[in-house]
Every structure is written in C-alpha cells, then in structure tokens.
Write a protein that binds this ligand. Structure first.
Ligand code: MN
Length: 244
C-alpha cells in the first residue's frame, strides 16, 4: 500500500524526471564560480559580505541597508512566490532560473525575469564591491581588458558610458561572450545578460534606489564612486573560472 509519504516521494521523483527534460536546462551551463545563495528555493536573502557602513563614504550606510534589506529582500520574496506551485522550477538554483529564462513557461517567465534577475544580480553586486576596493585588475583579466579596450582607461570610459547612458532603471555590465571575449553592455530593469548565454563579470546597479539618497540626480558621481569599490579579485576569479 502506498503511504502518503511514499506518494509524495513518487511525485517528487516524477518532477525530477520532468525537470531533467526541461528545455531551459539543456543550454550549456556556465560553471558556478562561488557558493550560490540557497541552492534551490525557497530562496533566502544572503547576508551582505561586509557591514552596512563598510563602503562609506562612497556608498552610505542607509542606502546599503535599504538596498539590501528591503529591495533585495523583495526580489527574494517575489521569486519564491513566483516558483511556488511549480515543482520543476522549485528545484532550480537562481542561476539556473536566470540562465534558462527563455525556456521557462510563459506564465512565469516575466516574473522570474524580474524577481529572479533581481535576486541574482544583487547577490553578485554585493560581492563585486568591497571596502578598500578599486584600483586596477591584475593577472589575465588585466591582459584581456588591455587587449579589448586598449588600456584600463579605455575600459573605464566605455563602462562609464554604458552606465550613464542606460535610460531609466537597469545595469551596466562587463560580460564574457560566447567566444570568451569581453564586452560591455547594459540592460533594462533586472535583465541579466546570462539569459542570452553571457555570464557577467562585473555589474553596476544604476536604479535610482542604488544611489539617490546620497547622490540624488548625479549618477555620474555614483559611477565614479563605484570604481573605488570594485572587488577586482572577485571579478578576476570569475573571469579565470568562466573563460575555460
Ligand atoms: Mn538594486
């Protein structure tokens, strides 16, 4: 006789078989580069990797508190709500959800794009900065940047243009293209280039919530401050792992 518990197990196994065949998962997987936040849903808000005031004076404590505890939390909560009741989605990591976005059922695609993208982008964004960051990258990433943008100043110019030129809410990115080449792009809202197969190495959040308390309408000042916070070791580590 099948107990209720066994019936639940059987259902879970059937869902696992379904998930394996789900088209979003058949795309080539970018290797994971660091411990993902809660591997699968329900997702939880990962703590900031430093204190709220650690990025002062470039990013103020109150902005960091609201941005992390309220905005990032809202994306996590929204993502959990979106995948609940979809067993084939509940077992995916946020990175798998974002990478496989175009293969998701139409009814959940937009909300996962916004909420899953929001969770994934912010999880990376916190790690892309650190107290005492900035300066220039070293190692192979430095060589790749020089090759693509002539020099670090060339990279800085192009990245700044992408970040200041993004109209409305969104992000600017340094991404790794299909041929493992570097490029700079920007995206609207919480869209991640990963959904188009391009893992991100570095990104800046240019939603007003990221800077308005301290910088108001002066987005260029915020972008300049961000360059003093970049955790180039983290970015170089992603590059070294993702380019192979
Ligand atoms: Mn944000």
């Amino acid at each position: 006789m099948m107990t209720r518990r066994n019936a639940i197990k059987a259902t879970a196994l059937a869902s696992a078989a379904c998930a394996a065949a789900w088209p979003g998962r058949s795309q080539p997987a970018a290797p994971a580069v660091s411990a993902a936040p809660a591997a699968t849903g329900p997702f939880t808000l990962p703590p900031l990797p430093y204190a709220y005031d650690a990025l002062e004076p470039h990013l103020d404590q109150l902005t960091m508190q609201i941005h992390h505890d309220k905005h990032h939390q809202a994306y996590v909560t929204g993502l959990n709500k979106a995948v609940t009741g979809h067993p084939e989605l509940e077992k995916l990591s946020v990175e798998e959800l974002v990478r496989g976005l175009n293969g998701l059922p139409e009814g959940v695609r937009t909300v996962v794009q916004n909420m899953g993208g929001g969770h994934y982008n912010h999880w990376l964004f916190w790690q892309m900065m650190k107290p005492g960051g900035g300066g220039e990258p070293k190692g192979e990433l430095a060589g790749a940047i020089d090759k693509k943008f002539n020099n670090f100043a060339g990279f800085t110019d192009e990245f700044t243009k992408a970040a200041s030129g993004r109209f409305g809410s969104g992000w600017a990115w340094l991404v790794l293209g299909p041929g493992k080449e570097l490029s700079i792009e920007s995206s609207a809202n919480q869209d991640s280039p990963l959904a188009a197969g391009k893992p991100v190495l570095l990104g800046i959040d240019v939603w007003e919530h990221a800077y308005y308390l301290k910088y108001q309408n002066r987005r260029p000042d915020y972008i300049a401050a961000f360059f003093k916070l970049i955790n180039w070791d983290f970015v170089a580590d992603r590059y070294n792992k993702l380019k192979v």
